[in-house]
Design a protein around this ligand. Structure first.
Ligand SMILES: Cc1ncc(COP(=O)(O)O)c(C=O)c1O
Length: 389
């Protein structure tokens, strides 16, 4: 059987939760989503969690809130420092809101932003840093937090691939002013499609609730600052008030109900992922042919990355051919080096210095899957296949 990139983490509990929602007849965002949001916020020690229909939407809504907040809102043309490697929808909302991106290289071993380059990336127009913890491995979030505080910058944490990771005992996704998560199929917990935004800032929370839901005030508490601009005394007008430009990126009740079940299993699933990781690291840490991901803090090991060591003359095509013949699925690391994609022509951007490591990871890197079940046999098979190349 193939060693797959991803597999379902659902059991009977998730199917039963779906059935309960189907029987209830309430399918659109409601109580189950609210309960999941509360459980999620509690689990990560944050004041607020807002669920949307994907991690991409969490990024989009999160960026939008920063343009409508009362204190120093972002303006078109402001600059944002970003790592050169992430998923496309880390970057797209930044372009869509007219920001200028400054791409910074990553470290070849952690695959996260090289924070020694932050000073060089800073200009008088810089307003925000977006940090991404790649594939479960915490970025230097403590240092990025300190940098943002020192320069009065917004810290936006795209934690869509690192739910369950931590740095110095603090969960990734909670270092930023806004943290985003994805609960897509292959991720640490899955609600089919889904995503969340977490924050301790009540204004951001209210803006996010309005922006995910047509820009509508309906989900906001009566005392929300967003409610103050219009009178509340006529129920006819009160029911349909639009307070900010928004979208419809609401999640379904099915996703909320499944999320509650998945969250209960998270610790057990993370423990197995970490056991698999220990085996993978044991097999490959001393193999000079490959650069594997160096853990910073406590990774939640989304997957296992391997970069063909540029110092050695390895034939990439032969390695990939052997993996295919061995029935081992593999893929590009996250979305690769973003400036190498055609979409970048639509962006306003600079490359800070060079992004040589991101280009190496793009061209010579791949990852194989980790799963919330014991995959020792798959990893041993991978090792044998790569030994034979
Ligand atoms: C870093 C990062 N940001 C955003 C996303 C988007 O999440 P989704 O697939 O739920 O839209 C992903 C997806 O994997 C991701 O890896």
């Amino acid at each position: 059987m193939a060693y797959e990139l991803s597999s379902t983490s659902w059991g009977q509990e998730e199917l039963d939760a779906m059935q309960r929602v189907l029987r209830s007849g309430r399918f659109t965002m409601g109580e189950q989503v609210r309960l999941f949001e509360d459980a999620f916020a509690c689990r990560f020690g944050m004041k607020h969690a807002v669920m949307v229909n994907s991690g991409s939407s969490a990024n989009l809504v999160g960026v939008a809130t920063l343009f409508y907040r009362s204190k120093r809102p972002l303006q078109r043309g402001d600059e944002v420092i970003v790592p050169a490697i992430s998923w496309a929808t880390t970057f797209h909302p930044l372009q869509q809101y007219g920001l200028r991106l400054r791409f910074v290289d990553v470290e070849l071993d952690t695959l996260n932003m090289d924070v020694s380059r932050l000073d060089a990336a800073l200009t008088p127009r810089t307003r925000m840093v977006v940090a991404v913890s790649i594939l479960g491995n915490p970025a230097a979030l403590d240092r990025i937090r300190a940098f943002c505080d020192a320069h009065d910058l917004i810290f936006f944490e795209d934690n869509c691939e690192s739910l369950g990771a931590s740095l110095n005992g603090r969960p990734t996704g909670t270092f930023g002013d806004i943290g985003t998560f994805s609960t897509f199929y292959s991720h640490h917990i899955s609600t089919m499609e889904g995503g969340l935004l977490v924050t301790n800032d009540t204004e951001i929370d209210h803006l996010a609730r309005a922006i995910r839901n047509h820009g509508w005030a309906r989900d906001l508490p009566a005392d929300s600052a967003l409610n103050r601009e219009q009178p509340l005394d006529d129920p006819f007008f009160e029911a349909y008030r639009f307070v900010v430009p928004g979208y419809n990126v609401r999640p379904l009740e099915l996703a909320g109900a499944v999320g509650l079940e998945q969250l209960k299993k998270l610790d057990a699933m993370l423990a197995v992922r970490r056991q698999n990781a220990a085996h993978f690291v044991g097999l490959f840490k001393d193999d000079p042919r490959f650069i594997i991901q160096r853990e910073n803090g406590s990774s939640s090991w989304f997957s296992f990355t391997m970069i063909l060591n540029p110092a050695m003359n390895l034939d990439r095509a032969r390695v990939m051919d052997a993996l295919r013949k061995g029935d081992i699925q593999f893929r590009m690391i996250t979305g690769g080096c973003f400036p190498q994609h055609a979409a970048v022509k639509y962006f306003d951007y600079d490359i800070v210095g060079d992004i040589a490591n991101a280009r190496i990871a793009h061209e010579r890197g791949f990852f194989v899957g980790n799963h919330p079940r014991d995959i020792t046999a798959d990893l041993d098979h991978l090792h044998r296949v790569l030994e034979s190349v």
